[in-house]
Design a protein. Structure first.
Ligand SMILES: Nc1nc2c(c(=O)[nH]1)N=C([C@H](O)[C@H](O)COP(=O)(O)OP(=O)(O)OP(=O)(O)O)CN2
Ligand code: ZN
Length: 141
Protein backbone atom coordinates (compact mmCIF):
# COMPACT_ATOMS: atom_id res chain seq x y z
CA UNK A 1 0.00 0.00 0.00
CA UNK A 2 1.07 3.59 0.14
CA UNK A 3 3.51 3.01 2.99
CA UNK A 4 5.06 0.05 1.22
CA UNK A 5 8.59 0.07 -0.15
CA UNK A 6 8.82 -1.64 -3.53
CA UNK A 7 11.99 -3.26 -4.86
CA UNK A 8 12.45 -2.44 -8.54
CA UNK A 9 12.88 -5.04 -11.28
CA UNK A 10 15.21 -4.01 -14.11
CA UNK A 11 13.59 -4.60 -17.50
CA UNK A 12 13.21 -3.07 -20.96
CA UNK A 13 9.43 -3.43 -21.44
CA UNK A 14 7.55 -0.27 -22.46
CA UNK A 15 4.88 -0.61 -19.76
CA UNK A 16 5.05 -1.65 -16.11
CA UNK A 17 1.94 -2.03 -13.98
CA UNK A 18 1.78 -2.58 -10.23
CA UNK A 19 -1.24 -3.81 -8.30
CA UNK A 20 -1.44 -3.67 -4.51
CA UNK A 21 -3.81 -5.89 -2.59
CA UNK A 22 -4.33 -6.80 0.99
CA UNK A 23 -6.18 -9.76 2.36
CA UNK A 24 -6.91 -11.39 5.69
CA UNK A 25 -5.98 -15.05 5.94
CA UNK A 26 -4.93 -17.64 8.49
CA UNK A 27 -2.25 -20.28 8.21
CA UNK A 28 -0.05 -22.63 10.17
CA UNK A 29 3.40 -23.99 9.40
CA UNK A 30 3.35 -27.72 9.96
CA UNK A 31 6.92 -28.03 11.28
CA UNK A 32 8.29 -27.96 14.80
CA UNK A 33 11.01 -25.53 13.63
CA UNK A 34 8.28 -22.95 13.09
CA UNK A 35 7.82 -22.40 16.83
CA UNK A 36 4.58 -20.58 17.59
CA UNK A 37 3.81 -20.46 13.85
CA UNK A 38 2.97 -24.19 14.07
CA UNK A 39 -0.35 -23.09 15.46
CA UNK A 40 -3.10 -21.50 13.41
CA UNK A 41 -2.80 -17.71 13.39
CA UNK A 42 -3.83 -14.87 11.12
CA UNK A 43 -2.17 -12.14 9.09
CA UNK A 44 -3.17 -9.20 6.97
CA UNK A 45 -1.10 -9.99 3.90
CA UNK A 46 0.04 -7.06 1.77
CA UNK A 47 0.73 -8.14 -1.80
CA UNK A 48 2.24 -6.26 -4.71
CA UNK A 49 2.25 -7.76 -8.20
CA UNK A 50 4.45 -6.27 -10.95
CA UNK A 51 3.44 -6.96 -14.56
CA UNK A 52 5.17 -5.63 -17.66
CA UNK A 53 4.79 -5.81 -21.41
CA UNK A 54 5.25 -4.00 -24.69
CA UNK A 55 1.69 -4.19 -26.03
CA UNK A 56 -1.69 -3.11 -24.68
CA UNK A 57 -5.01 -4.85 -25.33
CA UNK A 58 -7.83 -3.29 -27.35
CA UNK A 59 -9.07 -1.44 -24.23
CA UNK A 60 -5.65 0.10 -23.66
CA UNK A 61 -4.85 -2.16 -20.68
CA UNK A 62 -1.74 -4.22 -20.06
CA UNK A 63 -4.22 -6.15 -17.92
CA UNK A 64 -7.27 -4.88 -16.05
CA UNK A 65 -6.21 -4.13 -12.44
CA UNK A 66 -9.48 -5.73 -11.30
CA UNK A 67 -8.63 -9.06 -12.92
CA UNK A 68 -5.44 -9.35 -10.84
CA UNK A 69 -7.38 -8.70 -7.65
CA UNK A 70 -10.03 -11.23 -8.62
CA UNK A 71 -7.40 -13.91 -9.19
CA UNK A 72 -5.78 -13.51 -5.77
CA UNK A 73 -7.97 -11.65 -3.30
CA UNK A 74 -11.16 -13.49 -4.16
CA UNK A 75 -9.43 -16.83 -3.76
CA UNK A 76 -7.63 -16.30 -0.46
CA UNK A 77 -9.35 -13.52 1.50
CA UNK A 78 -10.82 -14.75 4.80
CA UNK A 79 -9.63 -18.30 4.27
CA UNK A 80 -7.29 -20.78 5.93
CA UNK A 81 -4.45 -21.06 3.41
CA UNK A 82 -3.61 -24.62 4.43
CA UNK A 83 -7.05 -25.76 3.23
CA UNK A 84 -6.40 -24.75 -0.39
CA UNK A 85 -5.33 -27.68 -2.61
CA UNK A 86 -2.08 -25.95 -3.61
CA UNK A 87 -0.95 -26.09 0.05
CA UNK A 88 -1.96 -29.69 0.68
CA UNK A 89 1.64 -30.95 0.49
CA UNK A 90 3.61 -27.77 1.15
CA UNK A 91 3.52 -25.24 3.97
CA UNK A 92 2.07 -21.82 3.11
CA UNK A 93 5.21 -19.95 4.11
CA UNK A 94 5.63 -16.43 2.79
CA UNK A 95 8.08 -17.76 0.19
CA UNK A 96 5.69 -20.46 -1.01
CA UNK A 97 2.71 -18.08 -1.07
CA UNK A 98 4.69 -15.58 -3.18
CA UNK A 99 5.68 -18.31 -5.65
CA UNK A 100 2.11 -19.63 -5.83
CA UNK A 101 0.73 -16.15 -6.53
CA UNK A 102 3.28 -15.70 -9.32
CA UNK A 103 2.22 -19.02 -10.87
CA UNK A 104 -1.47 -18.11 -10.68
CA UNK A 105 -0.92 -14.68 -12.23
CA UNK A 106 1.44 -15.86 -14.97
CA UNK A 107 -0.88 -18.74 -15.92
CA UNK A 108 -3.62 -16.16 -16.47
CA UNK A 109 -1.31 -13.80 -18.38
CA UNK A 110 -0.37 -16.64 -20.72
CA UNK A 111 -3.98 -16.62 -22.00
CA UNK A 112 -3.81 -12.95 -23.06
CA UNK A 113 -2.95 -12.01 -26.63
CA UNK A 114 -0.87 -8.95 -25.67
CA UNK A 115 1.54 -11.27 -23.82
CA UNK A 116 2.25 -9.50 -20.50
CA UNK A 117 4.73 -10.97 -18.00
CA UNK A 118 4.66 -11.08 -14.21
CA UNK A 119 8.13 -9.91 -13.18
CA UNK A 120 7.77 -9.82 -9.42
CA UNK A 121 5.48 -10.70 -6.53
CA UNK A 122 6.04 -9.16 -3.11
CA UNK A 123 4.23 -10.66 -0.11
CA UNK A 124 4.41 -8.91 3.25
CA UNK A 125 3.25 -11.18 6.04
CA UNK A 126 3.99 -9.00 9.06
CA UNK A 127 5.16 -5.41 9.59
CA UNK A 128 8.74 -6.76 9.78
CA UNK A 129 8.75 -9.66 7.29
CA UNK A 130 8.27 -9.86 3.54
CA UNK A 131 9.41 -11.97 0.59
CA UNK A 132 10.01 -11.04 -3.05
CA UNK A 133 9.60 -13.72 -5.72
CA UNK A 134 11.03 -13.22 -9.19
CA UNK A 135 10.88 -15.85 -11.94
CA UNK A 136 13.94 -17.18 -13.69
CA UNK A 137 14.06 -16.56 -17.49
CA UNK A 138 13.31 -20.26 -18.09
CA UNK A 139 10.09 -19.98 -16.04
CA UNK A 140 8.74 -17.53 -18.60
CA UNK A 141 8.94 -19.81 -21.64
N1 LIG B 1 11.45 -17.62 6.11
C1 LIG B 1 10.28 -17.61 6.81
N2 LIG B 1 10.31 -17.54 8.15
C2 LIG B 1 9.15 -17.50 8.84
C3 LIG B 1 7.92 -17.52 8.18
C4 LIG B 1 7.92 -17.62 6.74
O1 LIG B 1 6.87 -17.66 6.09
N3 LIG B 1 9.12 -17.66 6.12
N4 LIG B 1 6.76 -17.43 8.88
C5 LIG B 1 6.74 -17.30 10.18
C6 LIG B 1 5.42 -17.12 10.89
O2 LIG B 1 4.36 -17.52 10.06
C7 LIG B 1 5.12 -15.72 11.48
O3 LIG B 1 3.74 -15.39 11.29
C8 LIG B 1 5.89 -14.56 10.97
O4 LIG B 1 7.06 -14.49 11.71
P1 LIG B 1 7.81 -13.18 12.24
O5 LIG B 1 8.13 -12.23 11.12
O6 LIG B 1 8.94 -13.70 13.04
O7 LIG B 1 6.68 -12.45 13.09
P2 LIG B 1 6.83 -11.39 14.27
O8 LIG B 1 5.67 -10.47 14.10
O9 LIG B 1 6.93 -12.09 15.56
O10 LIG B 1 8.18 -10.62 13.95
P3 LIG B 1 9.03 -9.63 14.90
O11 LIG B 1 9.88 -8.84 13.96
O12 LIG B 1 9.84 -10.50 15.82
O13 LIG B 1 8.05 -8.78 15.65
C9 LIG B 1 7.98 -17.35 10.96
N5 LIG B 1 9.18 -17.42 10.18
ZN1 ZN C 1 2.29 -16.63 10.01
Amino acid sequence: MLQQFYPQVPHTFRFELNKDMHLAAAHFINDEHAGACQYTHGHTYFINVTIAGDELDSTGFLINFKDIKTLIHKRYDHSLLNEHPEYKDVNPTTEVVAKQIWETVQTHLNTLTNNPTCLQVLVRETPTSYVVYRPKPEDLK
